[in-house]
Design a protein around this ligand. Structure first.
Ligand SMILES: NC(=O)c1ccc[n+]([C@@H]2O[C@H](COP(=O)([O-])OP(=O)(O)OC[C@H]3O[C@@H](n4cnc5c(N)ncnc54)[C@H](OP(=O)(O)O)[C@@H]3O)[C@@H](O)[C@H]2O)c1
Length: 336
């Protein structure tokens, strides 16, 4: 019997390790999130009928969030600065779901105009009576080297990505603590956990969000039904590069480059909704080689520094070659 057990373990343990390794190579999310996506609650079962406020709903991840949440039957508040884009997103939601006109509120909002946030929140409460989920998604990235970038750009990044998000959360959270439930989900980034060249200010603003929400989560331990969740995507297809800050506030990105090599927006958003439905506190969502970097930073930071420096150098080379910074990690950048 002993021999039998030993030979079983001899084959079984390497087999389990091999399965984990293969899963890891093909994975595009951390193990908690993957487990939830395989055996956890389905988003449509948990999110149907909930009132969800999305900032940055006029394009990219926020737009796709609106589409998938509408299909789940969530009632929506769509916010961003461009009202006509929000109306376009609303029309698409209505055409592709069973939601009615009154189930989707278009609420133009500038995250930088913090004095307007109290009134905007009152408008939402008047319309729906409460807010179940706030998704802090609106924000802008950066593509510029520190030595060439004005301090005003750093101020703008912190004001938008960090203070704008804090300001909306400050207005919404009291309604959730009063009801004893709700979710505040904030789209951070892989660079909220580690750094990346060309994004020093963007990365700082996302690190600020990580620190803020990690602290807030522990401040709310008396409210076990309030979820504070941060989402840390790697590169995802969206308008983020075209909309990024550059060296000067008024200078647009010269060339965004192709975004095709990035994770499809629909996959990222599906995983986000799985995470929200299953109460995941921090989500790592990225294709390889980025996903392995989260693990390296978490469990082997010295090793992570070496890899980050190699990838960082390539990122700057891509940028200088006029390509998207995250394209061509393993090949020579081609410029045509
Ligand atoms: N795509 C990625 O690779 C990636 C990776 C990690 C994290 N993220 C994060 O994901 C979030 C969504 O970005 P995305 O990739 O979907 O980029 P995107 O397509 O550029 O969308 C950004 C959204 O933010 C809104 N926004 C910008 N400035 C605003 C302001 N002052 N007030 C209110 N809304 C504002 C934009 O709408 P208006 O212009 O109409 O205001 C737009 O709806 C961001 O927080 C970003 O940092 C993205």
């Amino acid at each position: 019997v002993m021999d039998c057990c030993l030979s079983f373990l001899w084959y079984f343990i390497p087999l389990v390790l091999l399965i984990h390794f293969v899963c890891f190579i093909v994975a595009d999310a951390d193990f908690t999130l993957l487990r939830a996506s395989l055996i956890g609650h389905k988003p449509e079962a948990k999110l149907k009928g909930l009132v969800v406020w999305i900032t940055g709903a006029s394009s990219g991840i926020g737009e796709e969030l609106a589409y998938q949440l509408a299909k789940c039957g969530s009632r929506l508040i769509l916010s961003a600065r461009r009202e006509e884009e929000l109306n376009r997103v609303k029309c698409h939601c209505l055409e592709n779901s069973s939601l009615k006109d009154e189930d989707i509120l278009v609420l133009p909002l500038d995250l930088l105009e913090t004095t307007s946030h109290e009134h905007k929140t009152k408008t939402v409460i008047q319309h729906f009576g409460h807010i179940d989920v706030l998704i802090n998604n609106g924000g802008r990235s950066q593509r510029s080297l520190f030595l060439e970038t004005s301090v005003e750009v750093y101020r703008a990044l912190m004001e938008l990505n960090f203070l704008g998000t804090v300001s909306i959360t400050k207005q919404v959270l009291p309604h959730m603590t009063q009801r004893g439930r709700g979710s505040v989900v904030t789209v951070s980034s892989i660079v909220g956990l580690a750094g990346a060249p060309l994004s020093t200010g963007y990365s700082a603003s996302k690190h600020a969000l990580q620190g803020f929400f990690n602290s807030l989560r522990t401040e709310l331990t008396d409210f076990p039904k309030i979820l504070i969740s941060t989402v840390c995507p790697g590169p995802v297809q969206s308008q983020i590069v075209s909309n990024a800050f550059t060296e000067e506030l008024s200078k647009p990105v010269a060339l965004a480059g192709s975004q095709e090599h990035k994770m499809p927006t629909s996959r990222c958003v599906h995983l986000m909704l799985v995470g929200i439905a299953n109460g995941v506190k921090e989500m790592w969502i990225a294709q390889q080689p980025f996903l392995s970097m989260y693990y390296a930073w978490q469990y082997a930071p010295t090793f992570a520094w070496a890899i980050t420096n190699m990838m960082g150098r390539k990122r700057v080379q891509n940028f200088k070659a006029g390509l998207d910074a995250d394209s061509a990690y393993f090949t020579k950048p081609k410029t045509s």
